[in-house]
Design a protein around this ligand. Structure first.
Ligand code: FO1
Length: 336
């Protein structure tokens, strides 16, 4: 049986409880932040998608890891959900004058992260080692942040218009995700190994959370790293609870192309369609009241539906949603 918090809410109550969150994108970073706030003292490990990684201007950029770092460090631009708050774009403007690529907005503060990561990688450091060092330098506590793998993985999508394969960021940012896609593939995934600590965290987990992230381009890469899906299933067989949070509310997302991608890839563009992507893993799946009628479909896939306001309104909203999930899974009688 999973370890449960000893007493409502308090830090001491969460000591000894292990939570592993699989996350990508803005929604994932926000919910991970909510979990840290809702379960102070728990051992929280966040495994982050690295399929969005790309090399631009000779710099290795890891958007989902950086979004998670900035969010947990409290320095993210809260309106956009990515990039440091108050960043400037003087380097990008100068780059424009030189005829450089500027479609991917790299702010001056953000560039420090990419320069530093690229330098450390060139000196032989691993992504997970670099991520831990960046987290320490940014003063992040209460959470271990792990990239899903130290091996290179890149998400590419096939455009429906001409069958061309492009990097996810060219689709998501370059084309503003406004073009239909046919397929998604993860370059390098078969050869990727889980980053050090990922399998160990899953083996010790009392709760594994599939955060409200895009099922195809955020969670699928993580679950696709050889050994990870099996480790989640083993955790569940051992008695850990595996729960997901729908990134769709009423068939749409707060941010990102998940609803459209579900439809374009032939799935039901609803919370139930998302649950179906990992039905074999889920004990419970949180859906918004607007989607309550989908509860039966979620139940039919073997996951207990948790019906609760799934919209995270600011930092308090993140913690509220996380408390609801914790209460519904680990029986934490949360103060709502
Ligand atoms: N998203 C955009 O929509 N436009 C951008 O120019 C952009 C730049 C960018 C730079 C660094 C970074 O870490 C993230 C950035 N993002 C940008 C967000 C990013 O494309 C997405 O949030 C994630 O990849 C989605 O999972």
């Amino acid at each position: 049986m999973p370890r449960r918090p000893a007493e409502p809410g308090g830090r001491a109550g969460w000591a000894g409880v292990s939570i592993v969150a699989l996350a990508g994108g803005v929604g994932g970073s926000r919910f991970a932040r909510g979990l840290r706030a809702a379960a102070p003292g728990a051992h929280l490990t966040v495994v982050v998608n690295t399929g969005d990684d790309l090399t631009l201007h000779g710099l290795r950029i890891s958007p989902d890891v950086d979004t998670m770092l900035y969010a947990l460090a409290g320095i993210v631009d809260e309106a956009r959900g990515w990039g440091p708050r108050g960043d400037s774009y003087r380097c990008l403007a100068a780059l424009e004058r030189l005829g450089g690529e500027t479609w991917f907005q790299l702010g001056d503060l953000d560039l420090a992260t990419h320069l530093h990561r690229t330098g450390l990688l060139a000196s032989g450091r691993t992504s997970s080692g670099i991520t831990a060092e960046l987290a320490r330098c940014l003063g992040i506590t209460g959470t271990v942040i792990l990239p899903m793998s130290d091996d290179p993985v890149e998400t590419w999508v096939q455009l429906a218009e001409d069958g061309r394969w492009v990097h996810f960021q060219e689709y998501f940012v370059g084309r503003r995700a406004e073009v239909p896609i046919r397929k998604v593939r993860f370059q390098g995934l078969e050869a990727a190994r889980p980053a050090p600590g990922v399998l160990e965290a899953l083996a010790a987990a009392d709760l594994v959370v599939l955060c409200p992230s895009n099922p195809f381009v955020s969670l699928a890469p993580i679950l696709g790293v050889p050994g990870v899906r099996t480790a989640v299933r083993s955790a569940r067989n051992r008695g850990a609870v595996v729960a997901g949070v729908s990134p769709l509310i009423g068939g749409g997302t707060v941010k990102g192309p998940a609803a459209r991608m579900l439809a374009e890839l032939g799935h039901e563009p609803t919370a139930a369609g998302v649950a179906a992507q990992y039905a074999d893993l889920l004990d419970a799946f949180l859906i918004d009241p607007i989607d309550a009628a989908l509860g039966q479909a979620v139940q039919a896939q073997g996951a207990r539906p948790i019906v609760a306001d799934a919209l995270m309104r600011g930092r308090r909203g993140e913690a509220r949603l996380a408390r609801v999930l914790l209460r519904a899974t680990l029986g934490q009688p949360a103060r709502a």
